[in-house]
Design a protein around this ligand. Structure first.
Ligand code: SF4
Length: 213
């Protein structure tokens, strides 16, 4: 596959995506005996929202992939003549379910698997989200010593009880989604200041990868 010339924020996003993919690979090996994730399982592919930098990365990949012969698409398949940009804005959805991602095929496979957004790469793995607590005056409680809550897939970790999750998912065994999202947001802010980013002026916020019509 020929290389795609990237603007700096897009390159930074792709580098972050590659680092998260490495972490996901490590965690997938660690939890291999638990994971049931497989092609066709699409429980996580619901109400996914992504920032302009992520839509731009998908758009560029789609334009590039569309130019390749179908045999070169690997696991990712885009219907002939359709681009991710069109999908994002709701001109096609294989699922027929408005809350499901527009990138989903009827058999539950992802049409953009190779270029799927970062959040999609974390599907099925334990994720840690920071809990923000405030006192009555509106001051944040323990801003330097935050609490985290863990989310995980019940299909993968069937027998895990809430009370055991903290011990089971140690700091290195889960993905800190606040740290990941902070990095995506910083890259997105830089992207929006570029000429390409300016094209997203009307839709600068997170938007769903779902059918809009
Ligand atoms: S882009 Fe692919 S992996 Fe991500 S939510 Fe959509 S169908 Fe699922």
């Amino acid at each position: 596959m020929s290389s795609i010339v990237e603007s700096e924020p897009v390159a930074a996003y792709l580098a972050l995506r590659a680092r998260i993919t490495e972490l996901v690979t490590e965690l997938t090996e660690r939890y291999a005996s638990h994971l049931q994730c497989r092609r066709g399982c699409s429980f996580c592919c619901e109400a996914i929202e992504v920032l302009p930098i992520e839509r731009e990365a998908l758009r560029r990949w789609s334009a590039h992939a569309s130019a390749l012969a179908p045999a070169q698409h690997g696991r990712s398949r885009i219907p002939a003549g359709q681009s991710v940009d069109r999908s994002v804005h709701g001109t096609f959805s294989a699922s027929g379910n408005s809350s499901k991602c527009a990138m989903l095929e009827k058999d539950g496979a992802c049409t953009v698997y190779e270029a799927r957004p970062i959040i999609c790469r974390t599907h099925g793995l334990p994720l840690a989200y920071r809990v923000y607590e405030y006192d009555q005056s509106g001051e944040q409680i323990r801003p330097d010593d935050p609490e985290y809550t863990d989310l995980w897939c019940d299909l993968n970790f069937r027998l895990l009880e809430d009370s055991h999750a903290k011990r089971f998912f140690d700091t290195n065994g889960r993905i800190d989604m606040d740290a990941v999202n902070s990095q995506i947001e910083a890259i997105n802010a830089a992207f929006l200041r570029t000429p390409d980013g300016a094209r997203y002026e009307a839709e600068r916020t997170r938007m769903p990868l779902q059918r809009q019509d």
